[in-house]
Design a protein around this ligand. Structure first.
Ligand SMILES: Nc1ncnc2c1ncn2[C@@H]1O[C@H](COP(=O)(O)OP(=O)(O)OP(=O)(O)O)[C@@H](O)[C@H]1O
Ligand SMILES: [Mg+2]
Length: 298
């Protein structure tokens, strides 16, 4: 039995016993520094308020964004699970409101070289996330790397954060172009939802989306949707300095309200996401397929 068949069997077995599956949402952007980590953490807080169990997976290779923003330092990361035999529960750090977070750390870079036994161990552990969380939010690193594209291909739902800066819009386009070129990207399997961040008015958010959508539908012909906007908010900047998510620091701040709306829209659109790619098990199986076919190079 080859690796791919083995993975298919694991997924099939999961489906047969009707195990719960988490909704896997990957937050990304073309350009760095446009608000991905703020979107991830504030959506986590707001989804939590809506009764969802949330785990944030920090898939940034460089700076560990989420831990800085939570003001909590995780004891372990994905590398400890892979190489030190820790289990998934041991590498989840609990942040405010019982939001879990997992630091990818150096573990992500090492995924390319994992042998079959390690991969099986990883899958078994990640599959457990399907039971521990309703939603897993993956915060990706800055820039358009092969690894980030691989994450997007593997997830059923992508939130693309864009700001009105012209470079942010062109970089979003470039990211979608790279995604569209990927051999296993399928427009039916991955929904792309755009968040307009740092806008000065709702109209500016809609215009930003229209601009991006015009070029994407013309040249790439892939469907993207507008999820909504987050206003430019000095209070958010202050909250970041204090290492507290704005949605906790000041739930009435205009950006916190916007995150509340986005979370609400997301949960109300859950029915649309008919394909969950079989939760975290499916997500990781998709990743492994990419790694094994050597498409994934750092
Ligand atoms: N809605 C907003 N209003 C005002 N400032 C914002 C807003 N969103 C983000 N920022 C500013 O942008 C900075 C970067 O945000 P964040 O760290 O979330 O971006 P990122 O995309 O995760 O960055 P990286 O690519 O480095 O991971 C924040 O520290 C904050 O100062
Ligand atoms: Mg970040």
């Amino acid at each position: 039995m080859d690796q791919a068949e083995h993975l298919r069997n694991i997924i099939k077995m999961n489906a047969q016993v009707q195990r719960p599956t988490a909704r896997v949402i990957t937050v990304t952007s073309g350009k760095g520094g446009v608000g991905k980590s703020n979107v991830s953490i504030n959506l986590a807080v707001q989804l939590r308020r809506l009764g969802q169990r949330v785990i944030i997976f920090d898939a940034d290779f460089g700076l560990a964004n989420i831990e800085v923003m939570f003001g909590a330092i995780p004891k372990h990361n994905l590398g400890d699970l892979i190489y030190q035999g820790k289990n998934i529960r041991e590498i989840i750090t609990k942040g405010p409101m019982d939001i879990g977070f997992i630091s990818g750390g150096s573990g992500i870079a090492g995924l390319t070289n994992l042998g079959r036994d390690y991969i099986n161990y990883l899958i078994q552990n990640l599959a457990e996330l399907d039971m521990l969380a309703d939603v897993v939010i993956i915060d990706t690193g800055a820039g358009i790397s092969d690894a980030v594209i691989e994450f997007l291909v593997a997830s059923g739902e992508v939130l693309l954060v864009t700001t009105p800066e012209p470079t942010s819009i062109t970089d979003s386009y470039s990211l979608l172009k790279a995604l569209n070129r990927h051999a296993r990207y399928s427009r039916e399997m991955t929904t792309i939802k755009v968040i307009a961040n740092k806008v000065r008015s709702p109209e500016e958010g809609q215009q930003l989306f229209n601009k991006l959508n015009a070029v994407v539908s013309r040249y790439l012909k892939i469907p993207i949707r507008y999820l909504g906007y987050v206003p430019e908010d000095p209070q958010l900047v202050r909250a970041v300095m204090q290492q507290t998510p704005i949605s906790i620091d000041n739930p009435n701040a205009k950006s916190a309200r916007a995150f509340e709306n986005l979370a609400y829209t997301l949960t109300n659109n859950a029915g649309e996401v008919t394909f969950k790619k079989h939760g975290m098990t499916g997500f990781f199986a998709n990743m492994v397929r990419g790694i094994k076919s050597r498409e994934w190079q750092q």
